[in-house]
Write a protein of this length. Structure first.
Length: 159
């Protein structure tokens, strides 16, 4: 069974989003060992300078790197990443299970992820050129991971 880790630089606050994540955790338990790791983003002033943002992203990156499971394929979730259909997500999960046995998806803070961290990841993935709230995006990512497993099993879930 593959280990799927989601590392998020934010905590869920709204109950309806927590409930949605819990539902996908339950659904995914049949296919993967799922770990969701919430990290606290570095606090910044109201109007941070570029240098303050860069420093915060570097500090967050150090914490993220410590949380990526050893040997896991790492995926930086970022707007400039590759967009792929759900069938390719399914292949990504299948390939990761066969090669590494583990995959980690990294969701950055409101300022994203540091460039060095993105370069260290095995790939960059984007679900859309649109911007989404980080909390909602976590639910969307979990749904796509679930959909990928359903595709791989040949289920009618994916139409």
């Amino acid at each position: 069974m593959i280990r799927v880790t989601v590392i998020a630089l934010a905590k869920l606050k709204e109950k309806y989003l927590k409930d949605a994540v819990a539902e996908y955790e339950k659904r995914l338990s049949r296919y993967a060992k799922l770990d969701i790791i919430e990290l606290e983003p570095v606090r910044l002033p109201e109007n941070p300078s570029d240098a303050q943002i860069k420093d915060a992203l570097e500090k967050e990156a150090q914490e993220v790197l410590r949380k990526i499971p050893s040997g896991a394929r790492s995926v930086a979730m970022c707007i400039e990443g590759k967009q792929m259909p759900s069938e390719e997500i399914a292949r990504l999960l299948s390939d990761a299970e066969m090669s590494a046995g583990s995959i980690a998806f990294i969701i950055g803070s409101s300022y994203g992820l540091s460039e060095p961290l993105k370069k260290q990841c095995d790939m960059r993935l984007s679900v859309s050129p649109m911007t989404f709230p980080h909390q909602l995006f976590r639910v969307m990512l979990l749904e796509q991971i679930y959909r990928g497993f359903k595709i791989n099993e040949g289920s009618a879930y994916h139409k």
